[in-house]
Design a protein around this ligand. Structure first.
Ligand SMILES: C[S@@+](CC[C@H](N)C(=O)[O-])C[C@H]1O[C@@H](n2cnc3c(N)ncnc32)[C@H](O)[C@@H]1O
Length: 243
């Protein structure tokens, strides 16, 4: 058993940005030497390479637990809450929830098949919980967020970090499922990528295809949620939504 936390980020997920940065900067240098008059092109390539390099640094921080903090907001109803961690992956957020939830239980829910997490994350979360001595307070459940195996009004509260933004046309369906499984008055803390400088350094122009804050507000109010709080946290957007 590994003794240090490991969230399973694969080699390509951790190094991909740096490889692309290296490629862009090499191309830029080649152009500068061979075709110095094409300076607008090599300038853009150099800046893109630099931004990509910074994206790689930001991404690498996510493999450390100390960067997996959550915003200080009002989500839990009591210290005995039954909390859903929707899309727990290797368990970074589960561990963060348990830092403040002194008595309750967490259901760590995931499909455990993400290509960018080695072995999907199930082994990692089990091991990470063992290291933290918290295995007895977490139920690990495998399944799809668009069709969760829990009854209506089951959880007191829910947290979902960097998950709903991955779900393409299933975002609203997943929000509806979280809404269904929350008790009336229960709150969801949602953290998602939105277009911005941090996501630009991580995804370049592709960040423009992410849903923005206005779209998330619309989707959550159409689902039935009331927005209780929102803001930015580590360059990401968060919202506290109440059923
Ligand atoms: C970027 S990881 C985030 C993991 C964790 N919340 C964190 O912040 O470290 C996204 C996770 O969402 C999960 N996921 C994506 N789509 C899902 C779905 N439809 N049902 C269940 N889990 C899903 C993936 O398997 C992956 O573990």
């Amino acid at each position: 058993m590994k003794r240090s936390y490991d969230f399973g980020w694969s080699w390509s997920a951790l190094n991909g940005h740096w490889l692309v940065a290296l490629l862009l900067i090499s191309l830029s240098l080649g152009l500068q030497l061979e075709f110095p008059h094409l300076w607008p092109l090599w300038f853009v390539l150099s800046v893109s390479g630099l931004i990509c390099f910074i994206g790689g640094i930001i991404l690498r921080t996510t493999k450390h637990l100390k960067f997996a903090l959550l915003p200080f907001v009002d989500v839990f109803r009591s210290e005995n809450d039954m909390v859903l961690d929707a899309g727990c992956g290797g368990g970074r957020t589960t561990l963060s929830i348990l830092k403040v939830l002194k008595k309750g239980r967490v259901t760590a829910f995931d499909r455990f098949d993400a290509y960018y997490i080695e072995d999907g994350g199930k082994k990692q979360i089990e091991n990470n919980l063992k290291i933290a001595g918290l295995s007895d307070r977490v139920d690990i459940v495998q399944g799809d967020l668009t069709e969760m195996p829990f009854p209506d009004s089951h959880f007191d509260s829910a947290v979902s970090t960097h998950v709903l933004d991955h779900l393409k046309d299933k975002k609203k369906k997943s929000l509806e499922e979280i809404y269904r499984t929350l008790k009336p008055g229960g709150r969801l803390l949602m953290v998602v990528w939105v277009p911005g400088w941090v996501t630009f350094s991580l995804a370049n122009v592709f960040c423009l295809f992410l849903s923005n804050e206005k779209e998330w507000r619309k989707m959550s109010s159409e689902t039935g949620f009331t927005l209780r709080d929102e803001g930015y946290f580590n360059g990401m957007y968060f919202a506290v939504l109440e059923k």
